[in-house]
Ligand binder design. Structure first.
Ligand code: SF4
Ligand code: SF4
Length: 300
């Protein structure tokens, strides 16, 4: 009989901690700290430039000019997400994904089907946004990006909260509420609009279907060495991992025994499946040998 264990929230704990850290980083300039400037599209951290690779491409297509100053910051970000799996950005860093996850209990309450976008549809959205930037000479996705909107939303709320008015005397609180109806309010309503589609129509439709950032990072994830791996002799097909995975189709091959890891790079590296697995069959693992999968497939 396979050894079972109590469910753990290990990776969820560390993920929430990092997500909270990212929000604190975003709002730190409003609190008077100077080590971080910018947002998740373009920033400096302790003087090091960091640029979102998709934004670099988007601005290049729109402006028809490659800013060399962007390249080192872009390369650094690419290396980090190559190591940790492209879509780890989505589940560990993205502030929009964090807000979206806060509404997960409502998704479950309304029992909407999980997103069912094919990879060609996702690549179509990514290509469409980039093509529009090229034709219109405007960085189209960056202009409507929920990643940027959610970042700016946290920053606007912090700036209101840390303004010279005090929250405790009520005037600071009033200024926070004013955000609902100010320029920043547009960001808030935009994020809420996207979330409401998630809740009432299709959970994860933005993050796991339309978002060009997620699709771009999934391309990088194809060559990332970090994967969810499985010990087939420990798995008893209980199905717990499928219940918590936001893109559960990626688990079919490993759980059915036709792959020794999650191959589909739409996996967000969230670790939910590892936390939920009662037999410890799943884990993170670095695998540089892409041949290993075919060995497993041919042995079944
Ligand atoms: S396979 Fe695991 S790590 Fe990947 S998205 Fe699903 S639950 Fe998250
Ligand atoms: S890998 Fe999934 S199906 Fe297999 S034991 Fe773990 S939770 Fe159950």
């Amino acid at each position: 009989m396979k050894k079972r264990r109590n469910l753990s929230g290990y990776f969820l704990f560390w993920r929430r901690l990092l997500q909270l850290g990212i929000v604190l980083l975003l709002v730190s300039p409003a609190a008077g700290f100077t080590f971080f400037r910018g947002n998740l599209i373009s920033a400096t951290l302790f003087g090091f430039p960091l640029h979102d690779p998709l934004a670099t491409i988007d601005y290049f297509l729109a402006g028809k000019i490659l800013l060399l100053s962007f390249l080192s910051g872009t390369f650094l970000v690419l290396v980090v997400y190559w190591i940790f799996g492209g879509r780890s950005f989505c589940s560990w860093i993205c502030p929009y994904h964090l807000i979206s996850e806060m509404f997960l209990p409502l998704h479950r309450f309304f029992r909407r089907p999980k997103p069912g976008f094919s990879s060609s549809q996702r690549y179509g959205f990514l290509g469409g946004f980039l093509l529009m930037s090229l034709i219109l000479s405007v960085p189209v996705f960056e202009s409507v990006s929920p990643v940027a909107a959610a970042s700016q939303l946290f920053q606007s709320l912090a700036e209101s909260g840390f303004s010279n008015q005090s929250v405790t005397d009520g005037t600071g609180l009033a200024s926070i509420l004013n955000v609902w109806f100010s320029g920043s309010g547009i960001l808030l309503w935009f994020v809420l609009f996207l979330i409401s589609i998630e809740v009432f129509v299709k959970p994860g439709w933005w993050c796991h279907g339309v978002c060009p950032v997620g699709t771009f990072y999934s391309l990088l994830g194809k060559i990332s060495p970090l994967k969810i791996t499985i010990k087939h002799n420990a798995c008893d097909n209980c199905g717990e991992c499928f219940k918590v995975c936001p893109v559960s189709q990626v688990l079919i091959a490993p759980v059915q025994g036709t792959a020794n890891r999650v191959i589909d790079s739409i996996c967000t590296q969230c670790g939910n499946c590892i936390d939920s697995c009662p037999t410890r069959a799943l884990n993170f693992g670095f695998q540089f040998n892409r041949q290993e999968n075919t060995d497993v497939i041919s042995s079944h």
